[in-house]
Design a protein around this ligand. Structure first.
Ligand code: ATP
Length: 506
């Protein structure tokens, strides 16, 4: 079994070789943390978007879609708090010249202590077997207690220091905890500084009255500023939601994790507008609903976990992440935030325009509260891809690489393969292709032996191969081969559409 790092490297190489992901501007040695989606990557990405969009906009009668511009009035980012607070504390190691997020260094340190505790509990659980009382053990074991105390002490100092921007104390804490640079192994750190994550550019001609504007760092603000336009034009009644998929840009400090942390990426966000005081009910509702969505992809439940935030962003009164076990460990995939009336309230203040909703049932006006679900499209892509990648040893001693993608997300649904390039088989295969291609993304291939074509389709993640052979010409049947089991059955050409429909619903 490959180590996680090795596995991650293999997935990245596979994604390039099979036309899923290319580094941006590769002929110029690439652009850091920017990637392009290849012919099969774009299909998988579109399928994920569609799956999310349907689950939000089509299946909920009270959620509508929106597509807002990337450029927005600069005051939007003042009101949202991004101009003043969308920073990350950064620190450099003077020996390795590597840059890190200071908060991540401390959080990783806390995580290590947490792992020690869990190991202790696991060991004891094995030792005591059925009679193990985990709660009592956690409360009384001196080593566990000592580590809990250490963790609490760090948290009690670290979060307030971040909150009041006391970067000197954050640096002191990093030194006191003896945190070393993973590359150089040294403790030779610079001071901690704040770094704005927003990209800015100029609008208008530079010589004239050009004004600085930002590339949006999140899609949510486009929804907030259009809240009343949407509510009135689509006649929405609270509670209702607005969903959007679009690009976001962040000048990330540390961006060396493939699609996980990019400088240009896509978000799928939904803001749900509710009555003040009802936000916790909806926050819980969306936490559950979003986890169900992830599980509906058929990925095992143990790959996901919730992480409830202790340190809340300036706009939130509750927040949780859905974390996924990527090859680089459990990391945030989606955020569910109860954003209160912070955003609409701030836009009302800065724009001077009322952002209130008149609730007919209550006969009163108020600024709605918002519960948001915000998921990274590229991170979802990476989650699906890394979960799907498998290397298998076959019974005959040979091996294969397979992308076991959920059929409904797979870029190509079926490959149409004439067994040989003669005897009228290609012509028959073309007929099958033409009958299917308007409803399903199919792929026709006649080059190479059938075995090699099967392997290539396995590696591309194509769930079904339809092979046209000599028997097809006699009785109008083909074989349909399942990517995961490699089993083949014979079905009549007439039955193909029905069979695909049934299998692709999985
Ligand atoms: P992180 O803590 O990992 O930086 P975040 O908490 O800043 O993420 P949010 O602002 O909540 O992220 O954004 C919502 C979602 O957008 C995240 O859950 C993630 O899936 C995605 N996302 C955020 N930043 C990036 C990025 N640089 N590259 C790819 N996806 C991202």
């Amino acid at each position: 079994m490959a180590s996680n790092e090795e596995l991650f490297r293999k997935i990245i190489a596979h994604a390039k070789e099979y036309g899923y992901i290319f580094p941006s501007s590769e002929i110029y040695d690439g652009l850091s943390a920017v990637y392009d989606y290849g012919p099969f990557g774009v299909e998988l990405k579109n399928n994920i978007k569609e799956y999310w969009w349907k689950s939000m906009v089509q299946y909920h009668e009270n959620i509508v879609g929106l597509d807002t511009a990337i450029f927005m009035h600069p005051t939007v980012w003042k009101a949202s708090g991004h101009v003043d607070a969308f920073n990350d504390p950064m620190i450099d190691n003077k020996d390795s010249k590597k840059r890190y997020r200071a908060d991540v260094l401390v959080e990783d340190h806390i995580l290590k202590i947490e792992e020690k505790i869990e190991k202790e509990v696991e060991k004891a659980s094995k030792r005591f077997g059925d009679s193990f009382d985990e709660k009592m053990f956690r409360e009384t074991n001196p080593r566990v207690q000592e580590n809990v105390r250490k963790m609490d002490e760090i948290k009690q100092r670290f979060y307030p220091a971040l909150e009041c921007n006391d970067l000197v104390d954050v640096k002191r804490l990093i030194e006191e905890l003896g945190i070393v640079c993973p590359v150089s192994g040294s403790r030779n750190w610079t001071d901690v500084r704040q770094f704005s994550l927003m990209f800015s550019t100029q609008m208008g001609s530079v010589n004239e009255d050009a004004s600085a504007i930002f590339l949006r760092p999140e899609t949510a603000q486009g929804i907030f500023v259009n809240f009343l336009n949407v509510q009135k034009s689509a006649r929405m009644k609270i509670p209702f939601g607005i969903a959007q998929i679009g690009k976001a840009f962040r000048n990330e400090i540390v961006a060396r994790q493939f699609l996980f942390r990019m400088r240009e990426f896509e978000q799928m966000e939904m803001q749900y507008f509710v009555r003040p005081g009802e936000e916790m009910k909806w926050y819980q509702y969306w936490k559950d609903a979003r986890m169900k969505w992830h599980l509906s992809l058929g990925i095992p439940a143990e790959k996901y976990r919730f992480h409830d935030h202790e340190k809340l962003a300036h706009y939130a009164n509750a927040a949780a992440d859905i974390e996924f076990e990527f090859p680089i460990g459990f990391k945030e995939l989606e955020g569910i935030h109860s954003r209160t009336d912070f955003d609409l309230g701030a836009h009302q203040e800065y724009s001077g325009k009322k952002m209130q909703y008149f609730d007919q049932e209550l006969n009163e006006s108020y600024i709605p509260y918002v519960v948001e679900t915000s998921i990274g499209l590229d991170r979802t892509f990476l989650a699906v891809l890394s979960q799907a990648y498998r290397e298998e040893k076959l019974e005959n001693g040979s091996g294969r690489v397979i992308l076991s993608l959920p059929p409904r997300l797979a870029p190509i649904k079926a490959a149409i393969l004439p067994l040989v390039k003669k005897d009228g088989l290609p012509e028959k295969a073309r007929e099958v292709m033409d009958a299917l291609k308007y409803d399903y993304r199919c792929f026709y291939e006649e080059k190479d032996t059938i075995g090699r074509r099967y392997r290539r389709m396995d590696a591309l993640g194509t769930p079904f191969c339809l092979t046209i052979d000599h028997q097809t010409l006699q009785d109008d049947t083909v074989t349909i081969r399942d990517r995961d089991t490699m089993l083949q059955e014979r079905i009549s050409v007439e039955e193909i559409e029905e069979a695909l429909k049934e299998k692709l619903a999985r």
